[in-house]
Design a protein around this ligand. Sequence first.
Ligand code: C2E
Ligand code: MG
Ligand code: MG
Length: 708
Amino acid sequence: MSSDAKTTAAAVRLLIVEDGPRYLESTRLLLTPHIQKITTALTGAQALAQLARSNYDLILLDLRLPDSSGHELLAHLREQYPDSRVIVMSGDSRVDTVIHCIRLGAYDYLRKPCEPEELIKTVSNAAHKVQLERDNRRMLQQIDQSEQWHRLLINTSPDVIYTLDDNGHFTFLNESISRVLGYRPEDLVGHSYEALVPREELDNARYHLNERRTGDRSTRNVELRLNKAPGKNGGEATVTVEVSATGMYRPLADGTGEFLGTYGVARDISARKQAEATVTFQAYHDLLTGLPNRTLFNDRLGQAITQARRQTQALAVMFLDMDRFKVVNDTHGHLVGDGLLQAMAQRLRGSLREGDTLARIGGDEFMLLLPNIHTRDNATLIAEKVITSLKQPFHIDGMEIYSGMSIGIALFPDDGETREILIKHADLAMYHAKDHGRNDFRFFTHDLQHSLSGRLAVENDMRHALTRGEFEMYYQPQVDIQSQRIRGMEALIRWHHPERGLVAPNDFIPIAEECGLIAPISEWVLDVACKQAKAWRATGLEPISLGVNLSARQIEHPHFVDKFIQSLKDNGIDGQGIEIEITESTLMRDMDGAIEKLRRLADQGVEISIDDFGTGYSSLSYLRKLPVHTLKIDRSFIHDLAAPSSGSTIVAGITAMAKGLHLNVVAEGVETSAQLDYLKSIGCDAYQGYLFSRPVTARDATGLLQAH
Ligand code: C2E
Ligand code: MG
Ligand code: MG
């Protein structure tokens, strides 16, 4: 017996059951060097008590005991303690007794009195066997555990793990396949992987998965799409996986290998792909309308230009800007505004052909690339089609909304040869279209280019104009028609541009509104006006009103009223004698806000007049809600008085209405005495115009006041 066996055998537990105390003791002594844990019992009852207390691997059992029949005890032990091996000792060496004992389950049989050698050998062998079995069991357990462990690793792997035989049939698949594709492993084992591959991917799959590869080329990462099991719910019918496949070979004596098949791991990367696709989409599209954005548009335009140049063809770029979008947004809210943009995008798309690109590049601005347009006439047709399509109202949120587009068109190569210039020129043409009565289109012309360079320069120069003191306030008298006395002055801003000379407000106020310079300019205007009003009061001249024009942006400013009042305070005057002029369209942008703000100003004694009356909405309903004092009839109506038809009707109508509402009426732009006579005849209160005086400097205005 090896020392190894001895040490392991020592861990075996032995119970000796023998009624002869001396025989029992000598047996114990004999076995002690070989079996370390030995317990003894003198009777069957003692033996059972020991067994109840602990487990024994071996029992050395004397068949003849005083308190029990050895055979019955043996049978009992085998039944109750099947894991304990019983070696029977008996003086009875008859064959049938031995056979009987073996039948009852004895492990071995020793004839009494035992030869010490034989006793030791029999017990040691039994102990060794116990030990071997025990080791075996442990090993099996370990194997079982490690098998379970590997199965667990493989099945809980998020990746699909598979093997293919040399014909490309699955021989193994882990359970991830059901999560990824919806098949159970047993559905696929024995079938070719090709069943999972969409037709258009087959070549790619065969090349990467079927090839018998060796050496460096044995593992590859390849992206493949796989079919989901029919009926597997949710989204796409395919899943994108990244597969890395390795050839499996059995080494051969000649150093080569026999191809057995492939082993592979497939990872589901659909979510990653989807996320990548979303990010890419978002980077190149406007999310509200789903249209391409400026970046994608620029890209496509670049390509189209390259192609057009190569084929010496033309193309058109259109810049589209929605008319009155801000009004819709302000009056109906952003949700309706968004709805309108979406509906607009939809309708515009309807006017286009395949290959055209429509992009949303800003709030209410769209761009259109028409690569298949070769003449001005073609472009005209499309623009007219768009304009016509917008004559029908949009239905949003149960409301009927009309919205037009102002369109500017630039053609490659005539109007520009690069993207930047084409877009700039289309933009410029669009502004031109806007100026000439909306929902219309204009082509770029080279004349416009000068106004463009003018526009950019204006913006730039305006930033310095305030600090350089280039603004000056002019004043134009308002004359009472009956008394011929000056009843007020309108403050009109002028800009002394170092190179361009005197610039009129219509040429820079709209730009100031767009680029945010209107706020500081307005503050300057108000401050100068207040100072002038105070100065005139101080001279002791007859009190007059001083009209100040307000821009829409200025009124929209949340602190507009506070700033206004502060400006009055800073200059030490009250609101009496200050008259603010606002246009109807300014009011309509935010009627409720405007009403509240104007009321607060009226409380300070400030008077309110509606400028350019008759050109805007001319809705009378708002007049009743507002603290209005004066209507200023737009000069276009006065101009039309010459042709004695529509103009006179309107002027007479406005005047009569104003009288009914107890409002003052001032006619603007009176240039002839004939006009003045007519105004006098219909009872108009006051007039303003070149007939009496052009707008003049503060000094000249003071002179006029003193003269009257
Ligand atoms: P508005 O308030 O309607 O001013 C009247 C405009 O008509 C002035 O033009 C004036 O010079 C012009 N005008 C006066 N009498 C006659 C006439 O007999 N015939 C003709 N053809 N025109 C006449 P202006 O000064 O060029 O101002 C244009 C507009 O710019 C103003 O229209 C006003 O809306 C705006 N504006 C002027 N000053 C300011 C300002 O300080 N702030 C703001 N926000 N806007 C201003
Ligand atoms: Mg005015
Ligand atoms: Mg006016």
